[in-house]
Design a protein around this ligand. Structure first.
Ligand code: 9PG
Length: 520
C-alpha cells in the first residue's frame, strides 16, 4: 500500500503509480463525491454518511456496480473526492479502468483490481481539479469530440415500445419542418433482446425504415443492446455457451427488464466478437449511422471469461471492436455504460439515468430509496455531477420535454431540462407535434435553433442566455426512510425481487403505455 502525505498534494497535483494508494485527510471532510459505475448510477456530492442500498436487488446490475454495492463504507468507481469546510476539495482519480476509490474514516483509498496503475491526486478548487483530471484522462484514454453534435428526435420518451412502421411514417411527416439532424428509432423494433432483426411491426424491414428517414434529409439512428440477451431469444437458444458465467458455471445475471431476466455475452469469446462485428456491419448496411448502444454494462460484469483479462479492460476492448466495425463515420452513443472504459472510444455518452414525464415517484424515492431509476430529478442530479466529462466527449443528458399533454412536469421543470441540454450542448427530444400546442412547437423550434451562451455561476447554478438556471431543487437526495415508510420499503423491495410480481408489474405497465398511445 502506497501512502501519500496530504502535505505533498497541497501545492501541486500529483500522478502516482500504485496498485493501492492511501491519503490521510488532515480534517473531517464535509462532503463526499461518489461516482457511480455506469450511466444510470448515482453521481453526487453527499454528506459523509452511507446511503441505503437501492432496492430491489434484482435490478442491481442496471444500477450500481454489483461488486461494490454491499460495502459498508463510502465508495465510488475510479474516482472519489472530499470537500473540506473551506470549500476546497481533494480528488483521487484512477487514470485507468478497473479501479475504485473509497473513504474509510479519514483515509481516502484507491484500489486497482488490475495491476499497478496511475492515480491522479489534486487539491484545490473543484472546477480546476476536475478539469485537470479530465485532461489527464484524455491524454491516456483519448478525446473523441467531433465538430458539432446532431440534434436528435428519439422515439422512446413519447412512444416507448409502442412504435410501428405506419405510426413512425406519420410522425416523420409531421416533424418534417423541425430542424432535427437525426431521427432515432429506439426500443421496440427488434424481434427480441439478442435478436436484432425487424419484428412484425416493421413489415418492410429495417433498410426501408432507414431509407425513409434518409429521404427526409436526416441521418437514421437506431437503438440496440448488443451485449445482453434474454433466454427467450434465438441467440440464447442457439448459443447458450456464449454467455458470461460465474466460476461455478451458473450464468451471471445482467439484471431484469422487459419482464425477463437478462444475461450478458462473454465479449472475449472469438465467436461473440465475430457476431458483434457482423451485427454492426448489418446495421450500417441497412443505412443507420447514428447508433445508440445501450445496456452496455453487460460487457463489464464480473465473470469467468474466455480471455482472462480484467472485466473493464475486456469491455473497453469490446467497445473498440464495435467502434471499428461500425466505422469512424458513424456517430456512436453509449448508454448504460461504465463511464471510464468508454472514454476515447465513443462519440457521446449518456451521463445520467433516464428522464421521465414526472419529476420523482414516491415509491422509487422514499420506499425503495433508488436514485438511479428513470425520473427527471434523478436524471438532472447525476448529469450535473458529471459535467466534468465534457472536454473529453459529447455528454448526453437525455431528452428535454416541451409538451404539456400527458406530461406531469411543471413548466419550470421542463425549462430545467432544456437548460441542461444547452449546458451539455446535446439537444434531443421525443415530443410529437400532435401532442404540442403552437407555442410548444415554437418553443421546441427555438430550442433546436438556439446556441445560447452558458456560464456556470455556482455548483448548481448557471446563466443560460442571460436567464438564471437554478438546479438546486434536483440535487438533494430523498430523506432516508424511517418507521412505517422504511417498513413499506422493505416489503416493496422484497416483492420487487419476486419474479412473478415483476411479470405482473410488466403487464400492468404495458397497459399504461397503450393508454398513452391512444392519445395519438
Ligand atoms: C429502452 C430504454 C431507452 C433509454 C435507455 C434505457 O429498469 N431500468 O432501470 C431501466 C433504466 C433505463 C432504461 C430502461 C430500464 O432505459 O436509457 O433511453 O433507450 O433503455 O428500453
Amino acid at each position: 500500500m502506497t501512502k501519500i502525505p496530504f502535505s505533498e498534494v497541497l501545492e501541486k497535483s500529483k500522478i502516482v503509480k500504485a496498485k493501492e494508494l492511501q491519503i490521510e485527510l488532515p480534517s473531517q471532510p464535509v462532503r463526499y463525491y461518489r461516482h457511480g459505475w455506469q450511466s444510470w448510477s448515482l453521481a453526487a456530492w453527499t454528506d459523509t454518511s452511507p446511503i441505503p442500498i437501492p432496492k430491489p436487488a434484482i435490478f442491481h446490475p442496471l444500477q450500481v456496480d454489483v461488486e461494490q454495492v454491499y460495502k459498508k463504507y463510502l465508495n465510488g468507481s475510479w474516482l472519489g473526492a472530499v470537500e473540506f469546510s473551506d470549500g476546497n476539495i481533494l480528488l483521487l482519480g484512477a487514470l485507468a479502468t478497473d479501479a475504485n476509490v473509497s473513504l474509510v474514516q479519514d483515509q481516502l483509498t484507491g484500489q486497482s483490481d488490475a495491476d499497478e496503475i496511475e492515480w491522479f491526486i489534486a487539491y484545490g478548487q473543484e472546477n480546476v481539479v476536475f478539469e485537470e483530471y479530465a485532461e489527464q484522462l484524455g491524454r491516456r484514454l483519448g478525446k473523441t469530440k467531433k465538430n458539432g453534435v446532431p440534434r436528435v428526435w428519439c422515439s422512446w420518451y413519447s412512444l416507448y415500445q409502442a412504435i410501428n412502421e405506419t405510426l413512425l411514417d406519420k410522425i416523420f411527416n409531421e416533424i418534417d419542418d423541425l430542424p432535427f439532424d437525426v431521427l432515432q428509432i429506439d426500443d421496440g423494433w427488434q424481434m427480441d433482446i439478442g435478436d436484432w432483426e425487424a419484428n412484425q411491426k416493421f413489415p418492410s424491414g429495417m433498410k426501408a425504415l432507414a431509407d425513409r428517414i434518409k429521404s427526409t434529409g436526416r441521418r437514421a439512428g437506431l437503438w440496440l443492446a448488443p451485449l445482453i440477451a434474454t433466454k427467450s431469444s434465438r441467440l440464447f437458444h442457439e448459443h447458450p455457451n456464449w454467455f458470461l458465467q460465474k466460476e461455478d458455471g451458473r450464468l451471471v445475471s445482467a439484471g431484469f427488464n422487459w419482464g425477463e431476466r437478462l444475461y450478458a455475452l462473454d465479449t472475449t469469446h472469438p465467436d461473440v466478437t465475430s457476431w458483434l462485428v457482423a451485427l454492426m456491419k448489418r446495421i450500417r448496411g441497412w443505412g443507420f449511422d447514428y447508433l445508440k448502444l445501450d445496456f452496455l454494462y453487460g460487457g463489464a460484469l464480473k465473470g469467468k471469461r474466455y480471455k482472462d483479462i480484467p472485466r473493464e479492460a475486456a469491455y473497453r476492448e469490446c467497445l473498440q471492436t464495435l467502434r471499428e466495425a461500425m466505422g469512424a463515420d458513424a456517430f456512436f452513443l453509449t448508454c448504460g455504460t461504465p463511464i471510464l472504459p468508454a472514454i476515447g472510444v465513443c462519440d457521446a455518452i449518456r451521463i445520467g439515468p433516464d428522464v421521465a414525464y414526472y419529476w420523482e415517484r414516491f415509491h422509487d424515492a422514499y420506499l425503495l430509496y433508488n436514485p438511479t431509476v428513470p425520473g427527471t430529478r434523478n436524471a438532472i442530479r447525476t448529469t450535473l455531477h458529471r459535467l466534468w466529462l465534457k472536454p473529453l466527449l459529447h455528454i448526453d443528458p437525455d431528452v428535454a420535454y416541451f409538451e404539456t399533454s400527458g406530461n406531469l412536469l411543471s413548466h419550470a421543470q421542463k425549462i430545467l431540462l432544456q437548460d441542461l441540454a444547452h449546458i451539455c450542448d446535446f439537444k434531443a427530444t421525443s415530443d410529437l407535434p400532435q401532442w404540442m400546442t403552437k407555442e410548444e412547437h415554437d418553443e421546441l423550434r427555438s430550442f433546436l435553433d438556439d446556441k445560447p451562451k452558458v456560464t456556470q455561476t455556482g455548483r448548481y447554478t448557471f446563466s443560460v442566455n442571460g436567464h438564471f438556471a437554478d438546479f438546486n431543487s434536483a440535487i438533494e437526495l430523498p430523506h432516508i426512510p424511517k418507521g412505517l415508510t422504511a417498513l413499506g420499503g422493505r416489503l416493496l423491495g422484497w416483492l420487487g425481487n419476486r419474479y412473478i410480481i415483476l411479470r405482473m408489474y410488466k403487464i400492468l405497465d404495458l397497459g399504461k403505455l397503450r393508454k398513452r398511445r391512444a392519445i395519438l
